[in-house]
Design a protein. Structure first.
Lengths: 465, 249
């Protein structure tokens, strides 16, 4: 490698003045995502402003054998936007404009650095709706969302980020600019590379622009929170409601989660009696008949013993307050340094799967406290193990590593995924083979080779070459 | 003791309202409506009085469009016993107070609780007008309410502190934000509330003329905030605060 000063001088000549940062604060700030678990060691931070600048950076990296780490809002939970090995971090903060809006196509063409919430707001101003949403939407960027195929709380109705990408402009690891799909709905002309870049965690190239689809705005979103006496009943509630009503969300959380959230935030309990589990349902209450249907379904759930109590929002403020019970969980758990897993199985297998996991953790780690929550309508569970006060952080994580193996063996048994929506990055890299076969991983490497022959794009993430 | 609670149907507090094209009001098409937040607090307070055994019956009254039945049903689900809707869209505070006075005369409640204001017109008038019309004592902006021995002690939120007044019953209390935290309507109670009595009346039943007395001349959106600027140095910031914003000397 050429010497560092030369590299920095070279990079500086490629972007606007002052857009290469090497001070300690910036390296620390831009060098890692939400995981904060790895030792950070970026060479420099570069903030391009145009597609041409991104392309120049990629070409420069190929020439000088530099690693590049694409960086969005750095809210990722898999240590994919992390520089540990003298890579150059390429951050998209300056490419944050919505470039175009097309009301007929119902699309917005955005630069990669547009913040998720910014697009949500933009859509709202146009009387439309961008439905991908989660607790970090105020910081995460479209480039990061697309690169992790982010999901969130509305997947049951609206799908993943993948479903909202009409077209992409990318700079490949080779330095070519490609326009993928040209925003077409129908395009039967061979391989759709758009879908390779979605979820690639920055290993194939940079996303520089994305045309995002927008939906019509939902009407009168109404939230129910039901008390559910046992886990299996949550799935019965889900089945009952889904067969009659188009739910826009179906989340679950445990009593432990409610206790923590209500203690840490100014959020009231949904109702006084504690139940082991809670289901949060959201739907569009567009007419009295939908409301009547929902009430009848609740009655049926009570009669069957699947629900013991429940509340329903009477205003948007109440809907928002009920959502905080779910959305506040991640933040509330953070001080406990939880050990997190983001796993999924097909919806029908969730109850058996969860029972298996509970048995493993319960029998072998009885001193660990578990908080379950997740997007259960999509088969996605967030397993959170809280660090016992008495245990040192290192010791705790070491013991969790052994939990991991057992949890992932169970995931494999159920043909599930070791990462439902957070990505592989560094944290799940050792476990990729529990979900993907050796042959599949070999094909992934071949694809990577085609787009990024010199391995400049996010080297060492997802798999080792 | 019977408690009468007045509730109003208003634009949901979370909705960003837009001025109507004719500048005569706000655009209400397809806008989410809900119970006025201060009225929610009034209902909650009445329910707590009932739970304490102080109140024996809670009557909710709404003056509003026929859809205001939804808000009465909500109040019934929260614990009120029966409701009266007086159908009159866009009634102004004085007309509402007159209708409520007629109902107070008929029902003879020991306590009337209203919100301190409704978040649509922000008038802060109905409670006071009603107290004047009925001759009841008034404890407005309540942050604490205690009923005992034929009297109600009301802690009021006033500029710079709290004031406690004691009123002879029957009396009128208007609620402030900190009085209580309203509960959610539970689904089983919503179902039970469907069977509770709800009478529908017209202003004429009470001999009240609801023709508007106040004319809205114009409704305008607040001026858009000016874009911010970046300053380069602390000195520049101080200079701007002194000379342009004139917020420091
Ligand atoms: C409180 C909290 C709640 C969360 N909830 C959810 C949830 O419900 N569902 C969910 O899916 N996720 C969730 N996440 C995870 C995270 O917010 C999402 O994965 C998000 O999409 C990451 O976006 P980001 O811009 O922060 O990406 P970053 O963390 O910056 O990067 C993520 C990946 O994308 C790559 N990348 C970023 N920008 C580009 C680009 N322009 N071109 C190529 N590659 C790029 C990075 O290299 C990295 O591999 C949550 C996170 C937090 C902190
Ligand atoms: C009257 C008529 C109306 C039509 N309308 C439409 C329409 O509205 N929309 C539309 O999309 N298409 C339409 N088509 C085109 C066609 O019917 C579709 O493309 C259909 O999906 C082709 O299916 P097939 O089984 O006939 O494929 P084939 O014609 O047999 O093959 C199509 C391609 O698939 C490959 N292939 C077939 N089987 C396999 C396999 N098992 N594994 C791998 N590759 C395979 C073939 O090699 C070939 O490349 C229409 C055709 C006709 C005749």
């Amino acid at each position: 490698m050429t010497d560092t000063t030369q590299i920095i001088a070279g990079l500086t000549s490629l972007v606007d003045p002052g857009r290469v940062l090497t001070d300690a604060d910036s390296l620390k700030h831009y060098g890692c995502d939400w995981t904060k678990k790895y030792e950070i060691k970026p060479l420099a931070i570069v903030l391009p402003k145009t597609v041409e600048q991104v392309q120049a950076i990629v070409r420069f990296a190929n020439e000088h054998k530099l690693g590049l780490v694409p960086s969005g809002g750095r809210t990722g939970l898999s240590a994919a936007a992390v520089a540990t090995n003298d890579e150059v971090v390429v951050a998209f903060d300056l490419m944050n404009k919505v470039l175009d809006f097309n009301p007929t196509d119902r699309t917005a063409r955005c630069q990669a650095g547009v913040v998720t919430e910014q697009l949500q707001q933009f859509a709202e101003d146009k009387g439309l709706y961008y439905p991908v949403d989660f607790a970090s939407a105020g910081s995460s960027q479209l480039g990061g969302n697309i690169s992790t195929n982010a999901g969130g709380i509305k997947v049951i109705r609206y799908g993943m980020t993948r479903d909202w990408v009409a077209g992409l402009k990318v700079v490949t690891g080779k330095g070519d600019v490609l326009d993928l799909n040209a925003d077409l709905i129908k395009n039967a002309t061979g391989y759709d590379f758009r879908h390779l870049f979605i979820g690639a965690e920055g290993t194939l190239g940079f996303i520089v622009e994305a045309t995002m689809k927008l939906a019509r705005a939902p009407k009168n979103l109404t939230v129910m929170v039901l008390g559910v006496p046992e886990f299996r009943a949550i799935m019965q509630v889900l089945n009952a409601f889904q067969s009659k009503i188009d739910l826009t969300a179906f989340e679950f959380f445990s009593e432990k989660a409610v206790q923590l959230v209500t203690a840490h935030h100014n959020v009231p309990r949904p109702f006084d009696t504690a139940t082991p589990y809670y289901a949060l349902l959201e739907f569009e209450a567009v007419s009295d008949s939908v409301m009547d249907e929902a009430m009848a379904l609740f009655e049926a759930c009570v009669e069957n013993g699947w629900a013991s109590d429940g509340v329903i929002s009477q205003s948007e403020s109440q809907a928002a307050a009920l959502w905080r019970l779910r959305e506040g969980i991640s933040e509330t758990l953070a001080p406990f340094i939880p050990y997190k897993n983001d796993i999924s199985v097909v919806v029908s297998k969730v109850p058996d799967f969860l029972e298996d996991i509970d048995a493993i953790v319960g029998s072998q780690y009885p001193d660990f406290e578990i908080v379950w929550f997740g997007h259960i309508g999509d088969g996605n569970l967030h397993l959170n193990i809280l660090k016992p006060q008495s245990l040192a952080k290192e010791e705790f994580f070491k013991r969790c590593e052994t939990v991991n193996t057992q949890v992932f063996e169970t995931v494999q048994k159920y043909n599930g995924s070791v990462s439902a929506e957070h990505g592989v990055g560094l944290t799940k890299k050792p476990y990729l083979h529990y979900t993907r076969s050796a042959a599949e991983i070999a094909y992934m490497k071949a694809v990577k080779q085609a787009f990024d022959p010199n391995n400049v794009m996010n080297p060492g993430k997802v798999f080792d070459l | 003791m019977k408690v009468l609670v007045a509730v109003k149907r208003v634009v949901d507090a979370n909705v960003k309202v837009r001025v109507a094209a004719d500048n005569r009001g706000v655009d209400l098409t397809n806008v989410k409506m809900a119970m006025n937040p201060f009225c929610e607090i009034a209902v909650e307070e009445a329910v707590r009085l009932k739970e304490k055994g102080v109140a024996t019956e809670i009557l909710v009254v709404a003056v509003g469009p026929k859809e205001a039945q939804e808000q009465i049903r909500t109040a019934l689900a929260l614990g009120a016993d029966r409701g009266i809707l007086v159908e009159a869209a866009d009634a102004q505070p004085l007309a509402i107070a007159k209708i409520l006075k007629a109902i107070v005369d008929q029902e003879k409640p020991g306590l009337v609780i209203t919100g301190k204001q409704s978040i649509d017109g922000d008038n802060n008038q109905v409670g006071q007008m009603l107290a004047a019309l009925t001759g009841m004592g008034q404890g407005t902006f309540a942050s604490e309410v205690n009923v005992a021995d034929g009297k109600v002690k009301v802690t009021r939120e006033i500029d710079g502190g709290l004031q406690t007044v004691e009123l002879k019953l029957p009396a009128l209390v208007s609620t402030d934000l900190r009085l209580n935290e309203p509960r959610y309507a539970s689904l089983p109670n919503i179902m039970k509330a469907k069977k509770k009595p709800l009478d529908i009346k017209a202003p004429a039943d009470f001999g009240v003329d609801v023709a508007p007395r106040v004319k809205t001349v114009k409704v305008e959106a607040p001026a858009a905030r000016k874009a911010g600027i970046k300053v380069k140095t602390v000195e520049e910031l101080v200079a701007k605060l002194k000379n342009e914003a004139k917020v420091i000397q």
